[in-house]
Design a protein around this ligand. Sequence first.
Ligand SMILES: [Zn+2]
Length: 396
Amino acid sequence: MLNAERVRAYFELPQPVLTAYLNTNPAKPANRKPEPEFLTWLKGEAKTASRTLPIDQQKLFQQQLERVETYLRDRVARGRGLVIFAGPKTWETLAVEEEISNETRWGAPYMAPLLQLMGEHKPHEVVILDRKGARFLRYRMGEVAELGTRKFDVNVSDWRKKDMGKVASAPTRSKQGAGTMKKTRGSQRDTFEHRMDARYARLCAETAREATQLAAKEKLRTVFVAGAGQLLADVTSGFSRESARHVVKIEKDLGGIPARELAGHVGSAIAHWERGHEAEMVESLLGNGRGTVVGMDETLAQLQKGGIRRLVLAGDMDAKLRRCRRCGLASRAADAVCQRCGGERAITTVREVALELAWKEKAEIEIVSGEAGERLKGAEGIGGWLRRPAEVKIAG
Ligand SMILES: [Zn+2]
């Protein structure tokens, strides 16, 4: 599973290492040939890459390449994508469910594509409510994992009907219902009802609290709560004001549906929300003069001094850039030699430089696509929110 801990560990891998990103999607006809396309690609690419390496690196590279090829030949592809880190003392593989492009790199672990995947598909929490209880799930890119459940000790939806007898029509929660209740029902019923209301309110609040705690613990950005009617309304209103900003309702009763099928039921609502969220974010970035930067030069300059708190990047941005091999200073200038240290400047992409810097500076990474991406490309496809002055001091 792709997560921040893994990414951190990959960054620490000993160098040199061969990084290979392979599109192993079994749905691709070319990948179903006796020699799948990604393997053919790797062999061809490797020949070219090998020639550009210094002599002392070529043998090391060749050894790792052979390991990777052997592994790929013996293996049935599982995920849509496969990432491999292979070095003299390293062997790491990661299957991903996203469609990725074939790429290899020798030297430092090549992390930009993984950082991009992390920025594109943030994990969310999904809470499924029904009469029996709440199920808490982690959702990321069409995959669902169960985090826990909370049983409701009383059958919520039946409380009112059963216990209210003939007068069960008006809303009965004491908050809104007290005034509408008929005195004729007697005090016993009122007491009972009062107790049930309190219990019900507590249950909804506890469910909301558990959802909030899980989201914080698992670093899940948004909480999608799926359920029906009053129960959905009551649980979602149980969130604190601060966490309620990250709560989205899905009006669907998915109680009886097994976890493995849930992704299909909530996926489109989540994708819809993500598109809206990206559009809002880009609008806010472009419309907001203060505390933000947009465009390549300014954003890169801020990134390099740790001034960005949240980087926003159009997913398919591929503008080229030069970066010093020695000190890492990057800019659009065409100079072959670094202004700062005289080191050699290699051609790379804005995407790679920006993503790696953002990770190192602990900035949030947001990748936008579709309409939001096109909008951002009007501002060179890159921008971000600046840290407040106090934050810069701490970071620097
Ligand atoms: Zn330099």
